[in-house]
Ligand binder design. Structure first.
Ligand code: AHM
Ligand code: MG
Length: 335
């Protein structure tokens, strides 16, 4: 049987780095360490439905160990996989109020890691897709311990971003600014294998994704846009289909694969939207742009926003280039 070339994530990262003469290999090592964390989280996520059956829901498991909630587990897994490696000077996680310092015992490196350990975690109990989102920057502080300034950089300064998505299969999607590549975890060998090289989001889609229960709280522009997408006009793909699972990672992953638009707008109750700029909007926007798509907060490009706080929220309109541009026209009252 003829076997096609098998490309593991490690091979892909190393080959990518070889294309950049002078690369130290440090960055590949950082991404490799992250993938280990994703595999460990995948293993626990896939056991989530078994907790009642094998008795792990109590405060202690059979080994007498405390059982952690899955999002706390994911958070700790990423942190522990990365804190000692010497590549990072600071980290920040959606689960923690403050940035996470690298412990004194470990060397400090030149990179910064921001992450959402388990996006969509309210969906765990109903077996809906969840994921881990990450974002990597080069430090701006001179050396030693990282600072808040290292974390508060605009998204266009990301040098890599991506996500692991724990769905009907587990995938890893990442970009280092040179296109977007997707890998599927083969659980039998424990390796992420290249399955989607150079992903491109269609210029225009026919799916919109938004929590329509919030309709009455939206601005006029958002309301009009959604009504427009529901109108019947075959020449512009309308009416669009509506899909919303309430797990950003799943909803945006689908948008990346099929095209269309995902929105979490500002509304009367959440004047800054719901999603977090640093842990959710920036990395997903980096990936979407690298795939040829677009991401906006309704007024400007997400990646151009300079953050002022770690847990800053932002409205988000992300997906196919033409669909997001159209949303912006409605939001600006041009339609
Ligand atoms: P989380 O970070 O606490 O999981 O919240 C973020 C999630 C996103 O995954 C999802 O897009 C959104 O919240 C859903 O919110 P809503 O239930 O308001 O539609
Ligand atoms: Mg989240």
């Amino acid at each position: 049987m003829k076997q096609s070339k098998i490309v593991t994530i490690e091979r892909h990262i190393i080959e990518g780095e070889r294309a950049h003469p002078g690369a130290s290999g440090e960055f590949s090592a950082l991404l490799r360490d992250l993938t280990l964390a994703f595999k460990v989280i995948h293993r626990e996520v896939s056991k989530a439905g078994l907790v009642d059956i094998i008795g792990l829901t109590g405060k202690e498991n059979i080994h007498g160990e405390q059982v952690k909630k899955l999002d706390a587990f994911a958070d700790e897994t990423v942190c522990k996989a990365m804190d000692h490696t010497g590549h990072l000077c600071i980290m920040a996680s959606e689960e923690h109020e403050e940035a996470l310092n690298i412990p004194d015992a470990y060397p400090k490196g030149k990179y910064v890691l921001l992450y959402d350990p388990l996006d969509g975690s309210s969906n765990i109990d109903v077996n809906i897709t969840i994921g881990t989102v990450f974002s990597i920057y080069r430090r701006v502080s001179p050396g030693g311990k990282g600072t808040l300034d290292d974390c508060l950089q605009p998204g266009y300064k990301q040098i890599a971003a991506g996500y692991a998505i724990y769905g009907s299969s587990t995938m890893l999607i990442y970009s280092t600014g040179d296109g977007v590549h997707g890998f599927t975890l083969d659980p039998s060998i424990g390796e992420f294998l290249l399955s989607h090289e150079n992903l491109r989001v269609p210029k225009r889609g026919k799916i919109y994704s938004i929590n329509e229960g919030n309709y009455r709280f939206w601005d006029e522009g958002v309301k009009k846009f959604i009504k427009f997408l529901q109108e019947d006009d075959k020449s512009t793909n309308r009416p669009y289909t509506s899909r919303y699972i309430g797990s950003m990672i799943g909803d945006i992953h689908r948008t990346l694969m099929y095209g269309g638009i995902f929105m979490y707008p500002a509304d009367q109750r959440n004047p800054n939207g719901k999603l977090r700029l640093l842990y959710e909007a920036n990395p997903m926007s980096f990936v979407m742009e690298q795939a040829g798509g677009r991401a906006s907060n309704g007024r400007k490009r997400i990646l151009d926003v300079t953050p002022t706080e770690l847990h800053q929220r932002t409205p988000l309109f992300i997906g196919s280039d033409e669909d997001v541009a159209l949303a912006e026209e409605f939001l600006h009252g041009k339609r």
